[in-house]
Design a protein around this ligand. Structure first.
Ligand code: ASP
Length: 604
């Protein structure tokens, strides 16, 4: 067998004259009558092979039988391409391999789609034939970035004395707020493992176990309802540190992020990064994942709106709601745009309407015109213009509703307008830490508090008394890192005092019995000298998406699942043998029906 001496991405003009052997996949085939050209592809690149019928007739004849995706090895002389035939877009575009010896290492069926037109192929077809899809240079590049990021992460943490420690997959349920994937135990009939939603409790126990600093690039499993940017199994860079406060954890990760961005994208990320309190983020951007590449802050004008003659506004404010909105610069939207497209857009987020008014300048004075302007006296109009710092031609858009609905509608509206008006540079990265989250949020349906992060998040020290007097007012020592409007990670300083942990469980309505059953092992561990500790988890898939500029999470995972949780390559999940179920002491509906049918047949 011909063994390769070089890769398909390696050879340059200065290699002309060398005798080499290359191996790879026949990517494209061109028969120019006398000469045959084959582009040979491997993960390193692409090199042009040329077959000459005069100098090597046998080899040329064999080359004519080759089809796309056949695996071949070719030996010959590297030479400069003839004038005018160079391809400046290709690193190997100055040379070609004049083949003297050819070996077909394997043939291939006609692939179900052409590699070069994969982008236009249905994603299902690509996923079902992932081995073909992965040959694409774009996919190889993403795999490479993922590998490099993992390497940077490992080297970085290693240098600072963190240990990478594996935690179990066959575990007990961990409370990250999603549904667990369960694995039945054969040896313990009727008992189940849960695949970890994160290694949260194990990493905290590692701190109690004196490990001091831990990290792990780890798979997490959450059986959530399908969403475009989620996978049921995804990867986190999971970290926990002892004897630290939130600034320590934040600092370590700012530097890590800066390092990754520099090494992968050659982009300088400013550290320290900006920080915004949850309260500020919600007030100014309507979300705890603000996109800070552009300004266009939200403003509440309830105090002004309640003095207007517009019933909708006054009654909403009276009932405790808000009038809140933004001022979009420029004149891009017409009245009908606003009334149709934008109103429809906010309606999808639950807003009942979108009020508007344009800012105009007359005789040097700014005032409002159109829409709801007529309900505001000139003085109130001035107050609104001042609040929004609006300028001539600006368009004020307002939602009157509960604060929750107004924020829910305005946050995406702000992003949509900015995108439509090209208010920012798509290639910029604006990082921000969101801090001072509330510890709890009220769950109206179940009439109890929920943790905003998870139940092991520590309250801010000076809010401890409020755990009894005003739980909703307690801030947590949690932090999320957000870039360009998407959350890439989050963590917190943890509760290390079992008494506070107990108090938090009480507020979450987790009974003693339930707590003992679910996390008894952990509560016990907390009683044996838990050091102060905290950590974070950063979503690796999300990170790679940002670094490779894709908004499809499946593009950054070698073997992803569809939105419906299926692996189209292996056809998982699938039914299993009745015998396997019996061993597990399990019966599926299908299984039960079959047993019933058999019984009936026997009776007859
Ligand atoms: N376990 C958390 C998560 O998976 C992260 C953390 O608090 O460290 O989101």
């Amino acid at each position: 067998m011909l063994k390769r001496t070089h890769t398909c991405g390696q050879l340059r003009l200065e290699d002309a004259g060398k005798k080499v052997t290359l191996a790879g996949w026949a990517h494209s085939y061109r028969d120019h009558g006398n000469l045959v050209f084959i582009d040979l592809l491997d993960k390193f690149g692409l090199t042009q092979l040329v077959f000459n019928p005069v100098t090597h007739p046998q080899v040329h004849k064999l080359a004519k039988t080759i089809r796309c995706e056949w695996v071949i090895a070719a030996k010959g002389l590297i030479r400069p391409r003839s004038e005018g035939m160079e391809n400046p877009k290709l690193p190997t575009g100055q040379i070609e391999l004049a083949v003297e010896q050819l070996e077909i290492l394997n043939i291939s069926k006609t692939p179900p789609f052409e590699i070069d037109s994969a982008e236009k192929t249905s994603e299902e077809l690509r996923l079902a034939n992932r081995y073909i899809d992965l040959r694409r240079p774009q996919m190889q590049a993403k795999l490479r970035v993922r590998h490099r990021v993992a390497k940077i992460v490992r080297d970085y943490f290693d240098r600072f004395g963190f240990l990478e420690i594996e935690t179990p997959f066959l575990a007990k349920s961990t409370p990250e707020g999603a549904r667990d994937f369960l694995v039945p135990s054969r040896l313990h009939k009727d008992c189940f493992y849960a695949l970890p939603q994160s290694p949260q409790l194990f990493k905290q126990i590692l701190m109690i176990g004196g490990v001091d600093k831990y990290f792990q690039i780890v798979r997490c499993f959450r059986d959530e309802d399908p969403r475009a940017d989620r996978q049921a199994e995804f990867t986190q860079i999971d970290v926990e540190m002892s004897f630290v406060d939130s600034n320590d954890v934040i600092g370590v990760h700012e530097n890590l992020i800066a390092k990754i961005w520099k090494q992968i994208m050659n982009v300088d990320v400013r550290a320290p990064m900006r920080r915004l309190s949850y309260k500020e983020a919600m007030a100014d951007y309507g979300t705890d994942r603000p996109d800070l590449r552009f300004d266009m802050k939200l403003k509440e004008i309830s105090d002004i709106a309640k003095k207007s003659t517009f019933n909708v506004f006054t009654s909403v404010v009276e009932k405790g709601g808000v009038v809140k909105g933004l001022c979009a610069p420029g004149k891009k939207y017409s009245r009908s745009d606003i009334e149709k497209a934008l109103t429809g857009f906010v309606a999808d987020y639950g807003a009942k309407g979108l009020a508007w008014a344009k800012v105009k300048k007359e005789n040097g004075d700014l005032s409002l015109a159109g829409g709801v302007a007529k309900f505001f006296s000139p003085d109130l109009q001035k107050q609104i213009i001042k609040r929004f710092k609006a300028e001539d031609g600006g368009m004020i858009l307002l939602v009157a509703d509960s604060e929750r609905v107004a924020n829910k509608a305005l946050a995406p509206l702000r992003c949509k307008l900015a995108k439509d008006m090209s208010l920012y540079d798509e290639n910029r990265f604006e990082f921000v830490w969101i801090v001072d989250f509330p510890l709890f949020e009220w769950n109206e349906d179940e009439k109890r508090y929920d943790s905003l992060h998870h139940p092991f998040t520590a309250p801010v020290q000076e809010d401890l008394d409020k755990l009894v007097t005003d739980p909703a007012g307690v801030r947590s020592q949690a932090y999320d890192i957000v870039v360009n409007g998407s959350e890439i990670g989050g963590g917190s300083i943890r509760i290390h005092d079992p008494k506070i942990q107990q108090k938090v469980f009480d507020l979450l309505n987790i009974s003693n019995e339930q707590a003992q059953k679910q996390f008894g092992f952990f509560l016990k561990a907390l009683e044996y000298g838990a050091p102060p500790h905290g950590g974070i988890a950063i979503g690796l898939d999300r990170l790679i998406m940002l670094l490779t500029g894709t908004d499809n999470i499946r593009d950054v995972i070698a073997f992803p699942k569809t939105q419906r949780g299926q692996c189209l390559l292996t056809d998982a999940p699938s039914e299993v043998d009745a015998r396997q179920l019996e061993e597990l002491n399990l019966r599926t509906q299908r299984h039960l029906r079959a047993i019933e049918q058999k019984n009936n047949e026997q009776k007859q």
